[in-house]
Design a protein around this ligand. Sequence first.
Ligand SMILES: NC(=O)C1=CN([C@@H]2O[C@H](COP(=O)(O)OP(=O)(O)OC[C@H]3O[C@@H](n4cnc5c(N)ncnc54)[C@H](OP(=O)(O)O)[C@@H]3O)[C@@H](O)[C@H]2O)C=CC1
Ligand SMILES: CC(=O)N[C@@H](CCC(=O)OP(=O)(O)O)C(=O)O
Length: 338
Amino acid sequence: MIRTAILGASGYVGGELLRLLARHPDLRPTRLFGDSKAGQRLGAVHPQLSGAMAEVAVERFSDDALDGIDLVFAALPHGESQKIAGAILERGLKLVDLGADFRLRDPADYARWYGEPHAAPALIERFAYGIPELHRDAIRSAQAVAAAGCYPTATILAVKPLVDAGLIDPDSLIVDAASGVSGAGRAVKEGTAFNTVDGSFAAYGLLNHRHTAEMEQELGATVLFTPHLAPMTRGILATCYAAAAKPMDPDAPLAALRQAYAGEPFVRVSDDPPSTKWVSGSNGAVVTARYDARTGRVVMLGAIDNLGKGAAGQMIQCANLMFGLDETAGLAAEGVYP
Ligand SMILES: NC(=O)C1=CN([C@@H]2O[C@H](COP(=O)(O)OP(=O)(O)OC[C@H]3O[C@@H](n4cnc5c(N)ncnc54)[C@H](OP(=O)(O)O)[C@@H]3O)[C@@H](O)[C@H]2O)C=CC1
Ligand SMILES: CC(=O)N[C@@H](CCC(=O)OP(=O)(O)O)C(=O)O
């Protein structure tokens, strides 16, 4: 049994981690930490949880509360985990962090995109970048993993095999991606209120969304990224366009995806354009791609659940690798449909 602490247990990702861990054979949620909800019963914070777990209290974090813990999942606002990661690693614990604090290799990129200097730049090199399909060996041997962002996960899974196969010009990449509203977290904000998002579809973060840096780093590309808020609770659909590097067989993009993801338990290559519902509630990702000879462009699509493969599912998949467990333990690829 792997004793697991969750920082940010009272948030949306924390709730999804707890829902998934309820069926995990080896990872046991043991200490649960929050901020404003510290002191409350978990059953009050996350009414979807049941049984003994609902009676556990959310605590305020203190370093000595990690005594006896083997693994820490951190799902905190950006900037928080860099204050405590050093102490966690010093104790020899494994850490999977979902904030953006340790995803960018260059602390200058963090300062540029997140607007403040990195507080623990020396720790960055100790983190593997958390997309298992692309960094499996590094994750297996890492003490710490920076799980990828939600938009970057959908985008990178769809695009990276075509970059690697030399099929597209990486400096011509345009990414339009839409997210469900749970991607913005649990706090009440006017921009994510029902009356704002219901029946509406809007772009935001023009030219400066922080996930641009993560996509560029992992793809070795120049990216024009426009995120959109869609009137749905869960899901991300990334639609990505690039100039073809050369004329190609119409099936070449799909063949590159099929080769890259052969045998992958969570990434499915589809002939048809995917819907977010295909992967809702799961750790699945569905990708597809087409070459358009008329325009000389390639279109690539990736669908994930932002809370699943974009967050809690990916964190668990990384932890399974770090502890030498079955990579699929506690996770499913099939979505809840309709
Ligand atoms: N939602 C998503 O789909 C995705 C989220 N992420 C990232 O994961 C992280 C968590 O996201 P999400 O769960 O949606 O966010 P929420 O806002 O729903 O939850 C945030 C959690 O962090 C706690 N918290 C807030 N401030 C502090 C603090 N100063 N110290 C300690 N704990 C604090 C909150 O506690 P309390 O509620 O008790 O105040 C809550 O448990 C964020 O970095 C987010 O960007 C990444 C990928 C996808
Ligand atoms: C819909 C929405 O607001 N989404 C969030 C991104 C999701 C997220 O949590 O970002 P990280 O993965 O980097 O932590 C946003 O655009 O800021």
